[in-house]
Design a protein around this ligand. Structure first.
Ligand SMILES: [Ca+2]
Ligand SMILES: [Ca+2]
Ligand SMILES: [Ca+2]
Length: 288
């Protein structure tokens, strides 16, 4: 009897607390007491879902209209972007923004998109390998005008997932090899650059003749809009120190209620809220 009464009291208290949590947290009030936050954490811990992905990029293009298409490439030429992984994890997708001058270009099938080692700028290194030791080469990518074209498989039939392991601080190169000529054809889809300068040692072109050259010295005025999507090995390790710890907790709290991209580790995205806190706490400790 005593046990049933205790369970009943706990059940009622839990319901009251959940109600308080939902009201307080839905208003994004960090002023709610620490005790209430901790109680909410333990009551809501079962709602944690999978961690998110991180997109690496050099460019600042938030909109395709804020790019310039480069109608400058011959068949067989290549465009390369150097990206650096903040934390270790797996590259699971690459993205290429593709556009024509006026829009409405037909889709273009190009030769390949390859992930390569850092090499020595402006020359990329060896081709990286997939988790199953396949060369990390997306064959015959189909690129559409005016969108970020994302590739998550190595083959057109989409049977071989892209999955390349990288370590924290590792630099790698995304290389697109052209099958079609876009030089002097503003109606063709092609690669594009952003509008706030071309960063050193990040953008290259393989010219024919000439070989690998720094794109910034060839009239390219911005960063190529190529990106890589990574699933971090430990998404809650916000400062990449190898553990989910108090530094990461402070980062979440200091970004509470904002869209702080450095602390937005869990859906809903674009807001740092209790779900990010729960994800962090559920993975507390050393990254494995
Ligand atoms: Ca730029
Ligand atoms: Ca950390
Ligand atoms: Ca979030």
């Amino acid at each position: 009897m005593i046990s049933r009464q205790r369970d009943f009291v706990l059940h009622v208290l839990g319901a009251i607390l959940r109600s308080m949590c939902c009201r307080a947290l839905s208003k994004q009030h960090l002023s709610v007491s620490i005790g209430l936050v901790l109680a909410c954490v333990f009551l809501l811990i079962t709602t944690v879902s999978t961690a998110g992905e991180v997109t690496l990029k050099n460019d600042s293009a938030t909109d395709g209209s804020l790019t310039t298409p480069c109608h400058c490439l011959l068949a067989g030429e290549r465009v390369a972007v150097w990206l650096t992984a903040d934390c270790g994890g797996d590259i699971v997708a690459v993205q290429v923004y593709w556009r024509s001058m006026f829009g409405g270009a037909p889709d273009s099938q190009e030769l390949s998109i390859t992930l390569q080692a850092e090499g020595t700028f402006p020359t990329p290194g060896a081709v990286l390998t997939n988790a199953s030791s396949d060369p990390a080469v997306v064959s015959n990518p189909m690129l559409s005008d005016g969108v970020f074209n994302e590739f998550r498989h190595l083959d057109l039939a989409q049977t071989i997932p892209l999955s390349v392991s990288v370590t924290a601080g590792q630099t790698f190169v995304v290389v697109l090899e052209m099958l079609n000529t876009t030089d002097n054809n503003p109606f063709a889809g092609t690669v594009a650059w952003d509008h706030d300068t071309c960063q050193n040692n990040r953008n290259a072109v393989f010219t024919n003749p000439g070989g690998w050259v720094d794109a910034c010295t060839q009239g390219v005025l911005g960063d190529w809009v190529f990106r890589a999507v990574i699933v971090p090995a430990c998404s809650s390790d916000l400062d990449c120190n190898g553990a989910v710890d108090v530094f990461d907790l402070l980062e979440v709290l200091s970004n509470w209620g904002t869209n702080g991209p450095g602390a937005d580790i869990e859906s809903p995205t674009n807001v740092v809220d209790v779900f990010d806190l729960l994800e962090l706490l559920s993975s507390w400790g050393d990254c494995t």
